[in-house]
Design a protein around this ligand. Structure first.
Ligand SMILES: NC(=O)c1ccc[n+]([C@@H]2O[C@H](COP(=O)([O-])OP(=O)(O)OC[C@H]3O[C@@H](n4cnc5c(N)ncnc54)[C@H](O)[C@@H]3O)[C@@H](O)[C@H]2O)c1
Length: 454
């Protein structure tokens, strides 16, 4: 049986989804009911999120869906209770005995599957980045609100205790006024990167057309599919949205703003000669309200800094710096204010260099370090929060509006890079005010018969 999607099929699923929505939105779970989950995609991240949900005894995975049978076999074995196996997510959404779905597909599928799930009356845990373009994200928010769905976006740091503490400390003025934030992700892929495999015929057991979904039809290339899709713009915003959205989300949280005023970017494929489309080196700058300059550096063709940290955010305040890493944070006070420095009498160069030594810091130093696998712990808390919110009908720690805003800030960085521009952003209306050309990148044309619901 073919899994390909005909126009008639597509209309039918939307109709079924809308009909069941009226039924499901009034269904409230009791404390003793187990929450029944359907997984859409059980690849790399799907497997990690599955591990997290399997630790929660008040949930059960009743169905799984993936285009790749070996991944489904692996997941089914792990789940153990013979979940229904499907290759078409629309069949999974039709199942009346599913309360919520967990979407772990590549980014270009997130919008359609989330909106269809909302229409079908399912609550949704959807992986980051929320969408491939800003318009998709806004429509996802609208669908969630219209169908009164609980949505958790998979930016799991929102549920990490140390991130909350750090964000609240910065936000409450703990290191003074924040004038600059520097975030970076470094993963040295030099010299060969992801290689340069030729286009080829798709494997006989893999439905490439269905994997592409709304994306343009192109010949199968190994690098464009499993995991490596993140190096291609048809399916991903590259490492800026892949890793950058985690950082940007914490930056929004700590600054108390959910959109920048302006953005610009520069970069390129400077050292790696593989078939990736995204830059191997990229620098993005945003100006945030209140006067905070934020930069994100994506360095995939250079060595990491000393200490082997490959990712970090530095919040630079007038009283000190907060370094946030994936397992904790550190507050380093600045010893003197600029005025105090100027008031001192420099005697010679040596003294000048020693200005800060021995001076009284304006804030206390602090170091918080987590134990064990912090990423897995954050995902466990994040999935727990989703299940709790399904019962309480409260908004999740990373509600869809939050996930959309954080994703949008990274997506517009890519637009600045692609259009080589300095762009002014109207966060309220989600439009650029100084570039009609850049506004065209806020949406993209789906391949027929796929259609972004309006
Ligand atoms: N929160 C995090 O820390 C984190 C970490 C890694 C990945 N992710 C996100 O998870 C998503 C998936 O990334 P990945 O690394 O797991 O990719 P992957 O290629 O390993 O897995 C994607 C899976 O989706 C399946 N798939 C594709 N189209 C489908 C469809 N129409 N229906 C059903 N299944 C389909 C594929 O067969 C594959 O098994 C991405 O959006 C990525 O950004 C999040």
């Amino acid at each position: 049986m073919s899994n390909r999607l005909s126009r008639r099929d597509f209309t039918k699923i939307t109709a079924v989804a809308s009909a069941s929505s009226a039924f499901s939105s009034v269904h409230v779970l009791g404390a003793n009911n187990r929450i029944r989950l359907g997984f859409i995609a059980v690849g790399n991240r799907g497997d990690q999120v599955l591990d997290a949900f399997l630790t929660h005894k008040d949930a059960e995975v009743v169905a799984i869906c993936d285009l790749y049978q070996p991944y489904m076999d692996f997941a089914a074995k792990k789940i153990g209770s013979s979940p229904k196996q499907l290759k078409d997510y629309r069949r999974l959404l039709e199942m009346k005995d599913i309360d919520a779905v967990v979407i772990n597909t590549p980014d270009h599928w997130h919008a359609l599957q989330t909106i269809h799930a909302c229409q079908a009356g399912k609550d949704v845990y959807v992986e980051k980045p929320l969408s491939l373009c800003v318009t998709e994200g806004r429509k996802m928010v609208d669908a969630a609100r219209q169908h009164q769905r609980v949505i958790q976006v998979g930016i799991q740091r929102r549920s990490a205790h140390f991130c909350r503490e750090a964000a609240e400390f910065v936000r409450s003025g703990g290191i003074g006024k924040i004038t600059a934030v520097r975030a970076f992700h470094i993963q040295n892929e030099w010299p060969k990167g992801i290689g340069n495999p030729p286009d080829e015929t798709e494997p006989s057991d893999f439905d490439w057309d269905n994997w592409l979904g709304p994306a343009p039809k192109v010949p199968y290339n190994k690098n464009r599919s499993f995991y490596r899709f993140r190096w291609f713009y048809d399916y991903s915003g590259g490492q800026l949205t892949n890793f950058g959205v985690h950082y940007m989300d914490t930056i929004h949280w700590a600054l108390g703003h959910d959109a920048p005023l302006a953005v610009t970017a520069m970069g390129g494929k400077l050292a790696i000669e593989d078939n990736r489309e995204i830059p191997d080196t990229l620098e993005v700058l945003w100006m945030f309200p209140g006067g905070t300059l934020v930069t994100f550096s994506q360095f995939n063709a250079s060595a990491p800094p000393a200490g082997l940290r490959n990712g970090e955010i530095e919040f630079r305040g007038t009283k000190g710096t907060l370094y946030l890493q994936n397992n904790g944070y550190e507050v380093v006070p600045d010893a003197l204010t600029a005025n105090e420095i100027l008031a001192r009498k420099p005697i010679n160069r040596a003294n000048e260099r020693g200005w800060r030594m021995g001076a009284k810091p304006m804030i206390e130093p602090k170091k918080v370090e987590g134990q064990g696998d912090m990423a897995a712990q954050a995902t466990a808390s994040h999935t727990r929060n989703f299940l709790d919110c399904i019962r309480s009908r409260q908004q999740c720690n990373c509600d869809i509006e939050i996930g959309h805003r954080s994703t949008s800030s990274t997506l517009i960085g890519n637009i600045a890079y692609k259009t080589k521009s300095y762009l002014e952003w109207d966060g309220k209306n989600e439009r650029f005010t100084n570039s009609p050309t850049a506004n065209k990148y806020l949406t993209y044309e789906y391949r027929a018969p796929y259609k972004l619901p309006s």
